[in-house]
Design a protein around this ligand. Structure first.
Ligand code: M6R
Length: 603
């Protein structure tokens, strides 16, 4: 979703801004813009569509020592140049970029700015007009007016503001939307994500909600809501350029699919103590053991990972597990058990829908764990505990390695908890050894890429719709398989409980409709085979993905045999590759599907 970059104190700020915006492309956007200035000139440029459209407009005279840039994912007002950021105040003196949603923008407009003309329809433009209005009406400095407006706003924001009359200062603030300060030698930067500025610095400072920061080339000063200066130490971002570059891969998604065996092995390395025991803090295990029910709250692929981990978690811990969609749970909370424990699954750790639930469960006093790929992310900071995915940056919008890493971490956590509770299933389960076998199985599937490309051409390239079906865990993998296929190839895909088809959805089966059956469990699998026959006799073009020990002659995809708790980790991989090849063969951009954002920071 929207991304912000800014820099102060460096020649050719425009180049840093453009590169930073490119590094934020993965978040999803539909327009972009930048502002650069020095003591003698300033330039404001916007473009609809991709960053390259913006870059084409950046001619040699567009240069400066201070700059801010923005990628916009439309919420208020359609994607257009007028609505793209940066936005300017009425006189043009102030220039602002914003990520988030100003909920009371209409009210602020009516109360303070009724006579103002706006260039676009965004909520952001009102903010920059209001800052200038207060400067004029109340004779406030830029800093004081900015601080005052922050107190009037309801909603989420990350702001970077420049006053053209003082190009030696960058004004920055955040509330609920991500923003970091990066420290350089004689310059400083701001960014939504450390990845955007990792070429400039590895030293970053977090900003807490409600804080405002005055950034100059040599100094940053953080103020809390009351205007009191706050000291916060910097930290070193553990990011390597090779982690965030495609290398020889045509798309990030393919690179990230291929990285999954290494991610499984990294989990083993990170979570195994030298004596073979599990490296998870005792206080976390104790808190979960004291609960009577686990609530997993997550969105999209992370929610699907929750489903895929449910059965193994219950089997290894004997604790009941419920899975909920964040966007539903916060506003439609079910009756909770007496001692709930919350697990937030989130690759980015920034998803606004999940965060709003965490804020509520924190207020209710319930303990929470965030399982995330991003150390220091909002969900990580605000939960009592964090377990990391160690998957490395996931840049393709379609989540792949984060899904498998989430299931891997849930398996490790459940094993540690089950062992502590004395549950024999957990003591008998050698999770690290089994994850090693999963890594090997994944490698063997990855080595057959060409085969998946051929199957895609046969089944998916030209179809309008498709179904994945399965039972139990295979049903949960089907949900993720369908999400992957539809979000990037735009094939209308459904993941369905195999036995449920005949209760209505089978009406959609036509001559040639692809139906892919996932089978990793013997008894349920034989029923799924029956359901595949039912759709076949109505014209469906069926494909069977089956654990090799259950395969029959004619089955098209054989899945390496792994422990029954971990079959989702193997079964999902061919579905990721089918989605990848379907998208390539249909001629779409694999990494940047339309309408989608990687990090969904608005509710
Ligand atoms: O960062 P999160 O895991 O919280 O993101 C949740 C969803 O937005 C995300 O999983 C989304 O569904 C994926 N991009 C789908 O591939």
């Amino acid at each position: 979703m929207c991304g912000i970059v800014g820099i102060i104190g460096k020649q050719q700020a425009e180049l840093v801004i453009l590169q930073g915006l490119e590094r934020l492309e993965y978040r999803g956007y539909d327009s972009a813009g930048l502002y650069v200035a020095n003591r003698t000139s300033s330039h404001l440029i916007k473009a609809q569509g991709r960053i390259k459209n913006l870059a084409e407009k950046v001619t040699p005279e567009v240069t400066g020592t201070i700059g801010i840039g923005h990628t916009r994912w439309a919420t208020h007002g359609k994607p257009s140049e007028a609505n793209a950021h940066p936005h300017t105040s009425a006189s043009g003196r102030l220039v602002l970029v914003h990520n988030g949603v100003i909920e009371n923008f209409d009210e602020l407009h009516q109360t303070y700015l009724a006579d103002h003309q706006f260039k676009g329809q965004t909520d952001t433009e009102i903010v920059v007009h209001l800052i200038e209005e207060l400067m004029n009406q109340e004779d406030l400095t830029t800093e004081a007016a900015f601080q005052k407006v922050l107190g009037m706003i309801q909603g989420s924001y990350a702001f970077a503001l420049v006053d053209q009359q003082n190009p030696d200062v960058l004004y920055v603030a955040k509330n609920k939307s991500p923003l970091l300060i990066g420290l350089g030698d004689g310059f400083n930067v701001v960014c939504s994500d450390a990845m955007a500025m990792i070429d400039q610095t590895h030293e970053f400072v977090e900003i807490a909600d409600g804080e405002m920061v005055i950034v100059t080339p040599d100094k940053i000063t953080i103020y809390d809501r009351q205007g009191t200066p706050v000291f916060r130490p910097s930290y070193e971002a553990q990011l390597d350029l090779t982690d965030i570059e495609k290398g020889t891969y045509p798309y990030y998604m393919l690179k990230e699919v291929d990285e999954q065996p290494a991610v499984m092995r990294r989990l083993v390395q990170e979570y195994r103590n030298e004596d073979g025991s599990i490296a998870i803090e005792a206080s976390l295990l104790k808190q979960i053991a004291n609960s009577d029910r686990i609530y997993i709250v997550a969105c999209g692929t992370s929610n699907n990972a929750g489903w895929a981990a449910k059965k193994l978690f219950e089997s290894l811990t004997q604790l009941p597990v419920e899975i909920h969609l964040s966007s539903e749970f916060g506003y439609n909370m079910p009756l909770l058990s007496e001692k709930p424990f919350f697990i937030y699954l989130s690759q980015s750790g920034e998803t606004a829908d999940s965060r709003q639930v965490l804020v509520k469960t924190n207020e209710m006093g319930y303990p929470a764990l965030t399982i995330t790929n991003v150390a220091g992310s909002t969900l990580s900071r605000e939960a009592d505990h964090t377990l990391l995915l160690y998957a490395g940056p996931e840049i393709a919008v379609a989540s792949t390695k984060a899904y498998t890493a989430q299931i891997g971490v849930m398996a490790i956590l459940a094993t540690a908890l089950g062992r502590q509770k004395g549950i024999s299933a957990a003591s008998d389960f050698d999770v690290f050894y089994e994850l090693g076998l999963v890594a090997t199985g994944m490698e063997s599937l990855i080595s057959e890429k060409e085969r998946f490309s051929e199957l895609t051409a046969e089944y998916l390239t030209t179809t309008r719709n498709a179904f994945y079906i399965g039972r139990g865990n295979d049903y949960y993998v089907s949900m993720e398989a369908a999400l992957k296929l539809k979000e990037i190839s735009y094939i209308q895909a459904e993941g369905f409980a195999a036995g449920e088809l005949k209760h209505g959805t089978i009406a959609l089966i036509e001559e040639g409709t692809p139906v892919i059956g996932i089978i990793t469990e013997e008894v349920m699998g034989s029923h799924t085979r029956g359901n595949l026959k039912e759709v076949e006799s109505r014209g469906a073009h069926t494909l069977v993905m089956v654990s090799e020990n259950l395969a029959k002659v004619g089955d098209q995809i054989l899945l390496p045999h792994v422990h029954p708790f971990l079959t989702s980790l193997i079964a999902v991989l061919p579905t990721q590759l089918l989605a990848y090849f379907a998208t390539l063969q249909r001629g779409y951009d694999v990494d940047k599907p339309r309408n989608l954002a990687k990090s969904v920071t608005v509710e």
